[in-house]
Design a binder for this molecule. Structure first.
Ligand code: PLP
Length: 425
């Protein structure tokens, strides 16, 4: 495949939006939050990026060096899948699973670790559910010499030892949540000593520890504007790669959990669409957690405890507990405010897929293209297959490009359950 250069800048979509998302609100006062309100949680440089409307933000040389270990990532044409589907469409995918942590999340983890180090942070805290975000941040914290404590949802800690061992190998301290280390954890344990934990509880623990120590900051792996900003390295590379191939995308597809791989992959093309290019941009989510397709656009909290700022987004309600589907990274009640605004303004569309169809698509992709996809990424594959079949039925040769956000080699137990007929829609 074509070789392109590593991007030198992150692309900030806010510079090109006709209308910005409404500001986040303070969780207790209900007033717009000020940058200073965020300083107990995040370093100044990342807060600046969060509120910036500059079109291009330089990627520091040290971060580019870290990216160079695995970027540019491959853009591949899925010729065997095309043949299998007997479609006139050309299908391309960008593969973000080539790095050690196995997903796109490393793109922001490295940037966040670097900017924290620059601003004097000594330790990071975070939460992890299935473990992809914790794995990426463990790699990045080790790379830039930061301590890291990961509050891992208790039930995953017990059921997914490989992700925990991965994080520990890179030097992270992994704590089973709820833990006796924090007031939030102790409160839950008092009520239920056998609590399985939840992402909401783990967030509360990580945030509490960061707020109590000025040298400790908190890191979030999706949703926020600066996270999507860092992920735009994906879409910028795809833009260059397609140009070199003389291709223009007709359809772009990515899965959506909090919106970071979708935003990073599509925003450089949303820029073109806003200028008048005709590109269909599709966000794919699980039917079991249909934030965009069935949620409501309003201010809501990011966590279950109601401690985070309220953000304007599509949401199923901050107390919505999604069923335990095997795409852990897509089980989030809300969505990025930027992605939500694009959907509200009909610049992008959204589709929801049930679990069995998603796994069927993932297996088809593995058997044609030779990569076992993460169940999250298989949502994008399922939609790409449907678009390609539509091309066959209508005899049109569109260029379809999707983001393969990660590999599924830590998710084989989900595939096992699928083959055993134990998965339900
Ligand atoms: C976390 C994750 C997602 C979902 O998160 P977004 O922020 O919506 O991108 C998707 N795919 C993979 C492989 C993930 O690890």
């Amino acid at each position: 495949m074509s070789k392109v250069n590593l991007p030198k800048y992150y692309y900030n979509l806010k510079a090109d939006l006709p209308e910005l998302p409404p500001p986040p609100l303070h969780p207790f006062t209900g007033q717009p939050i000020s940058p200073a309100d965020l300083e107990s949680l995040f370093p100044k440089s990342l807060i600046e990026q969060e509120i910036s409307t500059e079109r291009f933000i330089e990627i520091p040389e040290k971060v580019r060096e870290a990216y160079a270990e695995y970027r540019p990532t491959p853009l591949k044409r899925a010729k065997k899948l095309e043949k299998y589907l007997n479609t006139p469409a050309r299908i391309y995918f960008k593969y973000e699973g080539t790095n050690a942590s196995g997903s796109h999340k490393l793109n922001t983890a490295l940037a966040q670790a670097y900017f924290n180090k620059l601003d004097g942070t000594e330790q990071l805290t975070t939460e992890t559910g299935a473990g992809q975000w914790g794995s990426a941040l463990a790699y990045a914290a080790n790379f830039f010499g930061l301590k890291l404590t990961v509050y891992m949802v208790g039930i995953s800690y017990d059921q997914k030892p490989y992700r925990r061992i991965f994080m520990e190998t890179f030097g992270a301290r992994v704590v089973k949540s709820p833990s006796p280390e924090t007031a939030a954890g102790r409160k839950v344990l008092e009520a239920d000593p056998n609590s399985p934990g939840s992402l909401g509880i783990a967030i509360s623990e990580a945030v509490e520890v960061a707020m109590s120590d000025p040298k400790t900051k908190y890191a979030l792996g999706s949703v926020l504007d600066h996270v999507l900003l860092h992920q735009t390295v994906i879409g910028q590379e795809v833009y260059e790669e397609l140009s070199l191939l003389g291709e223009k995308p007709d359809v772009l597809i990515a899965c959506v959990g909090g919106g970071s791989n979708f935003g990073g992959f599509t925003f450089p093309f949303v820029r073109e669409k806003l200028k008048g290019e005709n590109i269909e941009i599709i966000a794919v989510e699980p039917k079991a957690c249909p934030t965009l397709t069935e949620g409501e656009y309003k201010y809501d909290f990011g966590d279950v405890a109601g401690l985070t700022p309220k953000m304007p987004m599509y949401t199923l309600g901050y107390d919505f507990i999604p069923p335990g589907i095997h795409a852990g990274g897509l089980r989030y009640h809300g969505d990025s405010p930027l992605v939500s605004l694009l959907y509200k303004n009909k610049i992008i569309s959204a589709k929801a897929y049930p679990q069995l169809k998603v796994f069927e698509a993932g297996v088809t992709f593995a058997r044609t293209e030779g990569i076992i996809p993460a169940p999250e990424s298989s949502h994008a594959i399922a939609a790409a297959i449907d678009e390609a079949i539509k091309c066959r039925e209508e005899s049109v040769a569109k260029t379809i490009v999707f983001n393969l956000s990660g590999h599924g080699y830590f998710d084989l137990s989900a595939y096992e359950a699928y083959f055993a007929g134990k998965l339900k829609d």
